[in-house]
Ligand binder design. Structure first.
Ligand code: GCV
Length: 666
């Protein structure tokens, strides 16, 4: 027995005897049997089919493509594409690399896991080309074992400043490869203490071993980098990107790092953000910093992923001119075109910080000459800490589908990050991940749907939230139709329910400072973080129009005009862009204050209904899963009740306007 759940790669016994002929022989072409990814693919296929259907398939190797060198760029999608088709006595998986074969194998195993009719599923052949070149997970794991914004136990990568490699590491690689992840950053973007020494001899052997394990599953290892390494571990007195001594130090360092960790894909950098060092200290731009590192990394075919989360976190709450929402745009947009071709800017989906509802960052659709990557967060920092159920895939679908109007066609966020819009050399999507060493990996079993779903969506952005949820439930929890339906019905509306009982109409925050779980309407209102709701007795919201901070105008038309006008702005974002009286009528016909009351009462009620649905599953899912999620639902309900009552009471007391429906407000 393993001391962790195998989730969707557990391959429990399935119905036997259906359409099995095709599963008895596999013709694999695209890479040879000596390719280590192919070896893992074959092992996976055999293990899965044996466990699920008691079949031991024959394997026939066909033509073999040339193995291309490690590369993070666009052409990777060609190599990862696969086709699965039926033949008389078996099935064929055709690809152009071991990774393609591996993804084809996981496609077949998924079909069997979901008890699909194999003949039907592959009748006309199925070809899938990944939607995004880079499909990445960002761990915020610290080397002491803690995880920043982790809600699933401690890190499974580190204990007491040492890197741990065991069976779980391999199963992790299998699990994320099975949903299409091809890159992982294993340490927190806040690189401090021991983590600064990752690029030294102290950790090279372990990192090299880890990189090889990942590479066997088509996953490239990345590290977060301390921008001030020259000072902190190099003994220099500067980290100025234009200083020759600094450049020389990095040249030597990277030569050493890439020699010792040959599988390394590159680095992720958080600079000049929340106390982390960066080029601003030396009067240099973000481009200066990123380009210096990228120019050196280029020799090793590596990339620098540079985060755009740069803002003033020491703002004065009295200051209404400074707008944190503008910061990313103001810091990065002026240098569009200056970033070198192996730099990717990694952009959080919204301009603030992973709130339950935010507009899309105007950098996406603003930047036209720069490689871009989208950053989302499946760690539920602001969305319920993996206590409250909050299935985020519907939100990610909205983000990807957003029309930026940056070009005549191919202008959605999905188009941009796929690399298609600007034919970018490097692009993709990253999620701050939600895993830890808990038995079930993600704290709440249902939060596993976000890990599974992020990978599936990153690989194929056309999949629907519902398809993904259904696959997750079938592969991880149960095949019983009624159970599947019930859990999918819990997952699908959960994000909107969470939104209803928390902060209203796009304004965000109102969370307990520091932890970010639970309600505290004024928690950040008189603080330095730039996250204000500006409520008084007359109204609420931040004026980000042309008369306010001007943020709304950072979008391409017609988005700018829509956001700038309270009568055109979509309800769900209206308080993000406008300061409005409580009596302002929304498109829904409700006033702002009545909307606040209604949604909060409804949200709490709907959370109770979700919990009731879950209760109906007693005895129908494993006790382990049932108890885990039940306990979380209890906590969710008390959280939702606090949010509902605190928000409603706060705004009733501020506005003095009673609830039309006369419900109890305190
Ligand atoms: C890793 C937010 C979080 C921080 C996080 C930061 C970031 O501010 O609260 O914990 O730091 O985002 O994305 O860098």
């Amino acid at each position: 027995m393993k001391n962790y759940a195998e989730l969707w790669i557990g391959y429990g016994e399935r119905q036997t005897g259906r359409d099995c002929i095709n599963l008895r022989k596999f013709y694999l072409s695209g890479a040879g049997e000596s390719d280590k990814i192919v070896k893992n693919a074959v092992r996976e296929l055999k293990t899965g089919l044996k466990a699920m259907l008691d079949i031991d398939p024959g394997i026939v190797f066909g033509s073999c493509a040339e193995t291309a060198p490690v590369n993070n760029g666009r052409d990777i999608q060609d190599r990862e594409e696969y086709t699965v088709s039926l033949c008389d006595d078996g099935m064929a998986i055709d690809a152009k690399s071991g990774a393609g074969i591996l993804y084809g194998v996981f496609d077949v195993l998924r079909s069997v896991s979901c008890e699909k009719d194999i003949k039907e599923a592959y009748a006309s052949g199925k070809t899938v080309r990944p939607s995004n070149p880079l499909r990445m997970l960002n761990h915020w794991d610290n080397m002491d074992g803690s995880i920043e914004r982790g809600y699933s136990g401690e890190s499974f990568f580190y204990v007491n400043d040492e890197i741990v490699i065991d069976e779980r590491t391999v199963d992790y690689a299998r699990m994320i490869a099975s949903v299409g992840i091809n890159a992982v950053v294993i340490n927190n973007v806040n690189v401090k203490q021991a983590a600064s020494y990752m690029i030294t001899d102290r950790y090279f052997d372990k990192l090299s071993e880890l990189g090889e394990i990942f590479a066997g599953y088509g996953i490239r290892l990345f590290l977060s980098l301390n921008y001030a390494s020259t000072i902190e571990i190099g003994g220099l007195d500067s980290a100025d990107p234009l200083d020759e001594k600094v450049i020389a130090w990095w040249k030597t360092k990277m030569a050493e790092v890439f020699e010792r960790i040959p599988t390394l894909g590159g680095f992720l950098v958080k600079a000049d953000s929340e106390g982390r060092p960066g080029p601003f200290t030396y009067g240099r731009t973000q481009a200066d910093g990123a380009n210096m590192l990228a120019d050196i990394a280029k020799e090793y075919n590596a990339i620098i992923i540079w985060r755009c989360f740069v803002y003033n976190c020491k703002q004065d709450w009295r200051d209404r001119k400074t707008d944190r929402a503008r910061a990313g745009y103001d810091n990065f947009m002026p240098m569009d075109g200056d970033y070198h071709d192996n730099v990717i800017l990694q952009i959080k989906n919204g301009p603030m910080d992973f709130q339950i509802r935010e507009p899309i960052s105007p950098l996406l659709g603003g930047l036209k000459k720069t490689n871009q990557m989208l950053e989302v967060q499946i760690a539920q920092e602001y969305t319920g800490h993996q206590i409250d159920v909050c299935y985020l895939i519907p939100e990610f679908k909205e983000i990807l589908g957003f029309k930026t109007y940056c070009s005549d066609d191919k202008d959605t966020v999905a188009d941009i990050i796929s690399g298609d819009t600007f034919e970018s050399r490097y692009s993709g999507i990253a999620a701050v991940t939600n895993t830890g060493n808990d038995f079930n990996w993600t704290g709440n079993y249902l939060a596993g749907a976000n890990l599974f779903g992020f990978g599936r969506l990153a690989f194929d952005t056309d999949l629907s939230s519902e398809e993904i949820a259904e696959e997750f439930v079938r592969m991880t929890i149960s095949q019983d139709e009624a159970v599947v339906r019930t859990i999918v019905d819990i997952l699908l509306p959960s994000r909107e329910i969470y939104e209803r009982y928390t902060s209203p109409l796009g304004i965000g925050w109102m969370v307990t400072p520091a932890t970010h779980y639970g309600c505290s309407v004024d928690g950040y209102e008189y603080d330095r973080w730039g996250t204000y709701h500006r409520a008084d007795h007359l109204g609420i919201g931040v004026d980000r129009t042309d008369k306010g901070t001007g943020y709304a105008l950072l979008y391409n038309e017609p988005n700018a005009s829509v956001y700038n006008d309270p009568d055109k702005c979509p309800d769900e974002l209206v308080l993000f862009f406008h300061h409005l009286p409580y009596t302002h009528k929304l498109h829904s016909g409700k006033t702002v204050i009545q909307h606040i009351y209604d949604t909060h009462f409804e949200g709490y009620e709907e959370a109770q209904q979700l919990a009731e649905k879950w209760k109906s599953l007693k005895g129908k899912v494993s006790d382990e899963i049932f108890e885990n999620v039940s306990e979380r639902f209890e906590r969710q309900l008390s959280n939702a009740r606090e949010w509902c009552d605190q928000v409603n009471s706060y705004f009733f007391r501020k506005s003095g306007i009673p609830d039309e429906k006369g419900r109890q407000i305190y």
